[in-house]
Design a protein around this ligand. Structure first.
Ligand code: SAH
Ligand code: SF4
Length: 360
């Protein structure tokens, strides 16, 4: 079988080249073609020796997921629907902001952790993505978005916050991080790659040593009693252990704070008492809060908190001295908002008319 170069980090690519009797330093040149220029055809890699191109064509391939559709929301959010294999589709979302452009990527099809307010969790677990499938999302988005007039990449930040729990697909995810950080890959700094986890602690410990990037933790409740229900993995790794792991992570992490994500659910976790408990719960951990108004999906059983409740909750955290952002709901006209990235995917792939890929 021909090896897919899209999912190899620089070290692996150099080894592969060596195996073909080639100079390992060619890995840099190849990575630039694949990731900077979005090229998947060896024949088009004009400054690579013909003998190497021929050898690559025989033994290797640059295989990207199939683009099913591409949509742009009224607010500029863009979404790509990619088919990995028949019946397995994932979505990738780009969110433009004044000072940055953030790409939100998925790490699994479905998720085994079954958080009750998350439509991915409701869908159950289907399978892990390979490194090539994780990077394939960045490849497509980067090809479509390119660079601004100053030559800066439009994708300035990548967040592993789409479908799936990245720390339950650890090996593929850390190799994808290698490629995101590599100057010959996507050239992002560790501070600009954020991994979001619901708290798989042994893997978080490994990430701290192997590939520390910015960290977001899905907290969603200030007590074990409530978090056990909303984020069931809490039964295995309770809040006290989670906070200790966050503290340790910060010692090596590229940022000096953790972002705690907190989905606000009407009447469930959004009272003033919950906000005060939350202040106590994170004591000793340098952090910011990202409050996420719940994005509804069919039969979720939850409602978004009322605007006054969101304001009150935010104010209590701010009065306690925390930096708090309330996430704006972006792209909900194209179902690209948090927690809307699943369930309807398979149906949609049948309804959408495929659009041709944009050339760079
Ligand atoms: N599994 C990881 C990353 C993917 S979920 C994690 O849980 O952190 C990314 C974020 O979207 C999490 O903070 C998650 O709690 C949030 N989310 C899930 N469903 C949501 C919904 N229906 N509305 C708003 N946010 C949601
Ligand atoms: Fe999985 Fe994250 Fe959804 Fe929980 S919130 S079910 S961990 S994707």
């Amino acid at each position: 079988m021909r090896v897919n170069l899209l999912g190899l980090n620089r070290e692996e690519l150099a080894q592969t080249l060596e195996g073909l009797g080639q100079k390992p330093f060619r890995a840099r040149q190849l990575m630039r073609w694949i990731h900077h220029f979005g090229q998947s055809d060896f024949g088009q890699m004009t400054d690579i020796a013909k003998s190497l191109r021929e050898s690559l064509a025989q033994h290797a391939v640059v295989e990207v997921p199939r683009l099913v559709s591409e949509q742009t929301s009224a607010d500029g959010t863009r979404k790509w629907l990619l088919e990995l294999s028949p019946g397995n589709a994932i979505e990738t979302v780009f969110i433009p902001e004044d000072d940055r452009g953030t790409l939100c990527i998925s790490s699994q099809v479905g998720c085994a952790l079954a958080c009750t307010f998350c439509s991915t969790g409701r869908q159950g677990f289907n399978r892990n993505l390979s490194t090539a499938e994780i990077i394939g999302q960045v490849w497509w988005a980067n090809r479509a978005l390119g660079r601004d007039p100053k030559g800066e990449r439009i994708i300035s930040n990548v967040v592993l916050m789409g479908m799936g729990e990245p720390l339950l697909n650890y090996d593929a995810v850390v190799k994808a991080i290698d490629i995101l950080l590599d100057d010959f890959g996507y050239g992002l700094s560790r501070r600009r790659v954020t991994l979001s986890t619901s708290g798989v602690l042994p893997a978080l410990e490994r990430l701290r040593e192997r590939a520390p990037v910015a960290l977001a933790v899905s907290l969603h409740a200030p007590t074990d009693a409530l978090r056990d229900v909303l984020v069931p993995i809490n039964q295995k790794y309770p809040i006290k252990d989670l906070m200790a792991a966050c503290q340790r992570y910060l010692e090596d992490g590229p940022r000096d704070f953790v972002t705690f994500e907190y989905v606000l659910l009407d009447g469930v976790n959004d009272s003033e008492a919950h906000a005060r408990q939350l202040v106590a719960c994170v004591a000793g951990v340098s952090c910011k809060f990202n409050l996420i108004p719940f994005n509804p999906f069919p039969n979720s059983g939850y409602r978004r908190s009322r605007p006054e409740a969101i304001r009150r909750f935010r104010d209590i955290l701010m009065q306690a001295g925390f930096v708090v952002t309330v996430r704006k709901t972006r792209g909900d006209d194209i179902d690209a908002a948090c927690g809307q990235l699943a369930g309807q995917v398979v149906d949609k792939s049948r309804r959408h008319v495929p659009v041709p890929a944009q050339t760079p």
